[in-house]
Write a new protein. Structure first.
Lengths: 357, 353
């Protein structure tokens, strides 16, 4: 082999190794990132926080730099919305807590808030550290990258797409949302790190029932879940069934019909889900808009036959209601033993960790 | 913004400090006057904080405002991170080293007087909606407050009985919070899923319903509405057919006139989607939606030219029950092998004689 060819080969190998080893924050821009509305949050690798910005029609990734390993703590902040409102110089009824998420490395909690409740509300990201100190996550001088989402025309002041869930799964950012005009819905799958020209894949989600009727239906919330060796998302449509979808099917232009594994009942719109293991068993904890918190037994979920016939009783994955958890607005993973719960009504909301049931 | 200028002064004669130390609110910044000194080891925040309180009972137990401290013109100054909010009381406390604390209370700007908000309209405007109606749009006169408004919305039947969880509990606003979209629980509409099988649809054909918004549905400034809103409608038969443009009737404007082109639909279409649903390339004019959302009218700015024209129709268009062009809301795949439409638009050709 000629020496020059050897050199090229060596260089190529080193560059590949660098790409593999590069942190998720590589290629981010330093500066001010505009966030018009701070909605659903998710953590990716290396302390990267994803912020769903519905009004800005984008997902923003920021480098929190919060990568020091933190010991799991117990969190119990009574009146969290009043405290946040005070720090933002306003009244509790003038803020909305949009989402909460745990940094899996540091165990600090990140909170998205709108200061104000109308169209001119300000987007705020807060950090609650494990000692209970609240601080603002600055967006004026931060490492960031942005993925644009399909945006209604700027001259149309009426049409909006509300992002309802953002999750990082296997190098991809998954975004679910609801339109205020069109019922049918797309899911967005964006490879991360975000490439400047890559707007990701739009995936049409369908819901089938009775082995007969099929509707192009929005997915409202979902959680990554591994069954056997395959990566799935467990997703809840607005029309309540819980379905499983292999992540490998989430490809550009795909039209996907999830496999129904549970029917949660009328008016029972799932808000958040947490997957966990306890004593060797797998469970999903699900917060719902009306029916409290349910715990789903995921044993043998891979073996469940899809629900394809109309059912008048509870069918599919068995679940129980956790009666002591009331008025839960957000539910997130915290650590192996605890979940993070935001509950209560405006002016009297509590943020706390609970033992996984 | 109107900022109420306030001044609170306490004479500190009892501590032996000669000068009068006070806290002033000046153009949104809190300033300590009559005092100079070095920044303490714990930072300015250790001796000067501004916190908010809304009632006497919770007033001073709340964390201080986010903001930055600086010395400006020799005055210790605190700039809040966010502007002061109307209706909020601010407690500023300064602890001069070796002297008694100085306290002052300030109020946020006065609420700007504006007309009280009211509901202008509900869409669909038709007095009869299909029992499988999918969405309602509530149009307000002013920006409204998002968040916990659900207890202020009621759907009752003709016997006064409230509907059981009729809507998807997801708030969906337009950009300035003047239009709210309510989506009926699709699980109650879609055939063959458990909520539909167990409970049936929210709306039952032949019954009358009233949508009520209480005055407690607050505007963006937190004020009640001028009056509650009530809108009555009846539920008719389900609409399960795909929208078929072949059933629409087009008027016949003539060349040289500015007569409107009117497209009459065979059923009402979705109010919001109608707004962006039609375009006539290369012809400028004004489009309006006819009564009951059953027609689209287009008045050209210039007289029509003779010849062939086309109306481009957005495939996102839906009828009241979410049926789209060529695709029903819930397709019966036994009788209609699924066609998942990927086209963005379709068009109708018309001739101007």
């Amino acid at each position: 082999m000629k020496p020059s060819r050897m050199l090229i080969l060596t260089l190529f190998v080193s560059v590949s190794a660098l790409v593999i080893a590069a942190p998720a924050t590589t290629g981010m821009t330093m500066g001010k990132v505009e966030v018009k509305s701070a909605g659903p949050l998710a953590f990716g690798p290396d302390g990267v926080l994803f912020i769903g910005d519905s009004l800005g029609a984008k997902v923003v990734a920021i480098d929190t730099g919060d990568t020091g390993h933190g010991a799991p703590a117990s969190i119990n902040v009574q009146g969290i919305d009043g405290k946040i409102a005070a720090a933002l110089g306003t009244a509790a009824d003038q803020i909305s807590i949009r989402d909460i998420v745990t940094n899996p490395i540091s165990k600090n909690v990140y909170i998205s808030v709108s200061r104000g409740k109308a169209g001119d509300a300000k987007a705020v990201i807060l950090k609650l550290d494990t000692a209970g100190k609240l601080s603002e996550v600055g967006l004026d001088n931060v490492k960031y990258s942005v993925a644009e989402l399909p945006n209604p025309p700027a001259q149309n002041n009426q049409k909006t797409n509300t992002i309802t869930q953002v999750r990082y799964v296997d190098g991809k950012v998954l975004v679910a949302g609801l339109s205020n005009e069109e019922f049918s819905s797309n899911m967005k799958v964006i490879p991360f790190p975000f490439a400047p020209a890559d707007r990701g894949a739009l995936i049409e989600m369908y819901h089938g029932s009775h082995a007969r009727y099929e509707t192009n239906s929005p997915i409202r919330t979902f959680v990554p879940y591994t069954i056997g060796k395959e990566q799935f998302i467990l997703a809840a449509y607005t029309c309540t069934p819980l379905v499983k979808i292999p992540v490998s099917e989430l490809k550009s232009g795909a039209k996907i019909q999830g496999t129904t594994i549970a029917e949660m009942g009328a008016g029972n719109q799932p808000l958040d889900m947490v997957a966990y293991k306890k004593n060797g068993h797998e469970y999903i904890l699900m917060a719902n808009s009306s029916h409290g918190v349910t715990k789903l037994d995921m044993a043998n979920v891979g073996a469940y036959k899809p629900i394809t016939t109309p059912i008048s009783d509870v069918a599919g994955v068995p679940f129980t209601t956790i009666s002591e958890l009331k008025n839960v607005k957000h539910l997130q993973a915290y650590d192996d033993q605890q979940a993070l719960v935001l509950s209560g009504n405006s002016g009297a909301m509590d943020l706390r960790t609970i033992a996984l049931p | 913004m109107i900022v109420r200028f306030a001044l609170a002064a306490l004479l500190l004669s009892q501590t032996g400090v000669a000068a009068s130390v006070s806290i002033q609110l000046d153009n949104g910044a809190f300033k300590v006057t009559g005092w100079t000194g070095p920044e303490p080891v714990g930072g300015w925040a250790s001796i000067f904080t501004v916190s908010t309180g809304f009632t006497v009972s919770t007033g001073r137990d709340l964390p201080p405002l986010f903001g930055v401290y600086s010395m400006e013109g020799g005055l210790l100054t605190f700039h809040p991170r966010y502007p002061l909010a109307s209706g909020v009381t601010y407690y500023a406390v300064f602890h001069p080293p070796g002297a008694a604390p100085v306290e002052a209370t300030f109020h946020g700007p006065e609420t700007v007087a504006a007309p009280e908000a009211r509901v202008m309209a509900m869409y669909p405007s038709s007095p009869v909606l299909p029992a499988n109606q999918l969405k309602l749009y509530i149009v307000f006169s002013a920006p409204m407050q998002g968040g916990d408004f659900w207890p202020s919305i009621h759907l009752i039947d003709q016997d006064g009985k409230p509907a059981y969880l009729p809507f998807v509990g997801q708030e969906l606003w337009n950009r300035d919070n003047t239009r709210l979209t309510l989506i009926f629980d699709p699980g109650r509409i879609k055939r063959g899923v458990k909520p539909n099988v167990d409970l049936g649809p929210v709306l039952v054909e032949g019954k009358r319903y009233t949508l009520i918004l209480d005055r407690e549905f607050k505007d963006a400034n937190g004020r009640l509405m001028a009056e509650p809103f009530r809108h009555e409608f009846a539920a008719g038969a389900d609409e399960r057919r795909a929208v078929d443009t072949a059933l629409w009737k087009l008027s016949q404007p003539r060349a040289g006139t500015r007569d409107p082109l009117v497209i009459r639909f065979d059923r009402p279409l979705d109010y919001a989607l109608l707004g962006d649903g039609f375009q006539i390339p290369a012809v400028s004019g004004i489009a309006t939606i006819g009564a009951g959302e059953t027609e689209w009218r287009f008045q050209p700015t210039q007289p029509w030219r003779a010849g062939e024209h086309q109306v481009v129709i957005d495939m996102a268009l839906e009828d009241l029950a979410g049926n789209r062009i060529g695709r029903a809301f819930d397709v019966d795949t036994m009788t209609n092998p699924t066609e998942r439409i990927t086209r963005q638009s379709t068009s109708l050709i018309f001739r101007i004689p």
